[in-house]
Design a protein around this ligand. Sequence first.
Ligand code: AKB
Length: 319
Amino acid sequence: MYSNKKSILVIGALGQIGTELTAALRLKYGVDAVTASDRHPVNEKTSYVSPYVQLNVLDKAALQALVQEKEITHIYHLAAVLSATGEQNPLMAWDINMQGLLNVLEVAREEKLEQIFWPSSIAVFGPDAPKADCPQDGVTNPSTVYGISKIAGEQWCRYYFEKYGLDVRSVRYPGLISYSAPPGGGTTDYAVAIFHEAIKTGSYECFLAEDTRLPMLYMDDAIRATLELMDAPAEHISIRTSYNLSGLSFSAAELAAEIQKHIPELKVSYQPDSRQAIADSWPQSIDDTVARNDWGWKPKFDVGLMTEDMLLNLNDKYA
Ligand code: AKB
């Protein structure tokens, strides 16, 4: 379908990224231009994100009916099972991550949608990839089912672009840090939880070792990257799998020390659990030169700015 007016569907709108991306898209295109959807039933909470529709992305017929009813032109498909939860139930994670994406791609093809955004992850990289400044084309031998679903999903996105001309765009998000909605079931979740516990209790037991260094990004930057990628002229998009995206890289102890500059009494202990093996399989930092060159990506938040902004906003929330 082609129209001059965008009609946007966000799938997974109540999640960590969806909450902020839906708000940013509504700011840009107007509230009524953006339909929020998630698997949760309509209730008091969802009234704040109206227009909202309950949608199970595994139900292709329901997705297609919604796309037709709302004359959707663009989909941002964010619903996924993350790395740590995926390891608890690999087949369920595969089903949701892969079948969900395939349903979106098929409906987009059948209904001739204009653009699709689907996030990949640094989890596409595994132990064979370079640890420092992992390049765009670093070896992708992921060791989690989440990573396998993301690397397979990247190839499907490229396939739909090359075979059907579907304008699917993607970035490999690192761990995302935000204050609005919590992450759910990821290996990088500690970097959000530590802020909440620092303010609420003054102590935090980290599930990763103190010297574990991972690529991260502040949500403001992640949302801006997503909007900028989607706005970029198609001829600038040289990567039709998914772009490396970099912002921050710090160890758990370095993040704790940064927070302690503001909350000196914060006590952090380290009790690595099964998520340590996942973290150890990932790169520590990412080279995003291709995204910078193709569509001008540049992060704004360093670890100091990010920490100040997180504490400012969470202090307000808990006040
Ligand atoms: C996770 O930890 O699973 C996610 C990711 C890096 O994609 N935050």
